[in-house]
Design a protein around this ligand. Structure first.
Ligand SMILES: Nc1ncnc2c1ncn2[C@@H]1O[C@H](COP(=O)(O)OP(=O)(O)O)[C@@H](O)[C@H]1O
Ligand SMILES: [Mg+2]
Length: 391
């Protein structure tokens, strides 16, 4: 798929920007702070309903404005769809497809699929488990948009369970033995297990499917440095040994078919953890406590990998995602934000090779010299509040 057109209004630093795009490489060149990343962020938002830089929408709206608009024409095979998102301050966001009736933002999920590799991705390897959970969940939603609903249900049940744990826990013995609190807790346990099992199953199958792609991408990117230090991914559940074996590994059991089993296991784990949870006022088991372990050979990447290896691993996770999405339903749009300057010559050449083969790749760089020569294509100059096509 590719973007044929991108328009933003009052998005980040942009009052207005309008870009005609084509398949192949498009390079945005401009000094730092001119709004290049903002444009890729807008594209990413259409695909994931989130930003790779901030957790809330407020910073995406231009200072002093009350809404931002992102609009794009997405071509997939012989079909073209126009998607539009209105990001509103203080009220619900809205989406429109083909200029139809406004609907909930989630209605655009699945239309545009993107993979963005950006400097922030170093946190995938070096950062907290939350970064890797988010990586998995974002990819899961891009593969199967229904997971956006599963994730929202899970977060809601978790918030409610935690709130109840806090209030009941604070009342000491009497709170812990209060039949009303306990029966309400049963209700949240049930809902948490229901949504949690689906989320867990989705992640386990995703890790099983992603692992070979990410491992191959790592060897490709790291070259001879990867010999004897292969990249591997392992989903580590907070269920520990209670998690049935055989899920989450390539050629293993499909967790999506085992959701009922996972729900039962999760429910008993929640019940076993209840006393501890009441004492601490938080839920100590569930997908919100899980981790994606990244290893190079025998050692964990986090805390052991060098800077270059960490970069290669982060890149491999993104390129692996790209290959996975491509296998599912054709080329997603690839975006490379200011990353060539960070890579050494060999890694740069390997990334350029993959990028040159993508149906569409959007690249940003501060100066022309940072862009490998393989990526010739349309060039845009980005200056203060202005983006213009080079002829
Ligand atoms: N909500 C906003 N309103 C106005 N300007 C913003 C907003 N968010 C970010 N900016 C500005 O956008 C610029 C950064 O844009 P960015 O796309 O990251 O630049 P780069 O070209 O280096 O990638 C900064 O000058 C920042 O002040
Ligand atoms: Mg930038």
């Amino acid at each position: 798929m590719y973007l044929r057109h991108l328009q933003v209004e009052d998005f980040r630093s942009w009052k207005h920007a309008d870009l005609a795009l084509e398949p192949g490489a498009t390079v945005l060149v401009g000094l730092n702070g001119r709004g290049k990343t903002n444009l890729l962020e807008a594209v990413g938002y259409l695909a994931t309903l989130g930003s790779h830089r901030v957790a809330t929408d407020a910073p995406l709206i231009r200072h002093g404005c009350d809404r931002a608009i992102v609009r794009a024409a997405v071509v997939n095979g012989d079909r073209e769809l126009t998607v539009e998102l209105e990001i509103n301050a203080g009220r619900a966001n809205r989406a429109r497809v083909n200029r139809g009736q406004p609907g909930p933002p989630r209605s655009v999920l699945g239309i545009l699929r993107t993979v963005l590799f950006a400097p922030e991705d170093l946190a995938l390897v070096k950062g907290d488990p939350a970064e890797r959970r988010r990586f998995l969940d974002d990819l899961l939603v891009q593969r199967a948009p229904r997971y956006a609903g599963v994730r929202a249900d899970y977060d809601k049940a978790l918030r409610q369970r935690n709130a109840l744990l806090k209030t009941a826990g604070k009342r000491g013995r009497s709170g812990r033995d209060d039949p009303y609190a306990l029966s309400t807790l049963d209700v949240w346990d049930g809902q948490l297990a229901e949504a949690g099992a689906q989320l867990l199953a989705g992640r386990l199958d995703l890790v099983a499917d992603l692992t070979p792609h990410a491992a191959a991408a790592y060897s490709g990117v790291a070259g001879s440095a990867a010999v004897g230090r292969e990249a591997s991914l392992t989903y580590r559940s907070s269920l520990g040994d209670a998690l049935p074996e055989g899920y989450g590994v390539p050629d293993g059991k499909r967790a999506e078919e085992g959701v009922a089993e996972l729900r039962d296991v999760l429910l008993s784990a929640l019940q076993r953890a209840r006393d501890t949870d009441l004492e601490r006022g938080v839920s100590t088991v569930g997908p919100h406590r899980d981790e994606l372990d990244l290893r190079l050979g025998e050692s964990p990447a986090r805390g052991y990998a060098s800077h270059g290896e960490s970069w290669s691993f982060a890149l491999a996770l993104r390129l692996g995602s790209y290959e996975l999405l491509r296998d599912d339903a054709g080329d997603p749009v690839l975006m490379l934000d200011d990353v060539f300057a960070e890579l050494d010559r060999d890694r740069r050449a390997r990334l350029a090779e993959v990028a040159a083969d993508a149906e569409q790749v959007l690249v940003t760089a501060a100066v022309d010299e940072d862009v490998p020569s393989e990526l010739t294509g349309t060039r845009y100059r980005v200056s203060e509040g202005n983006v213009s096509r080079e002829t």
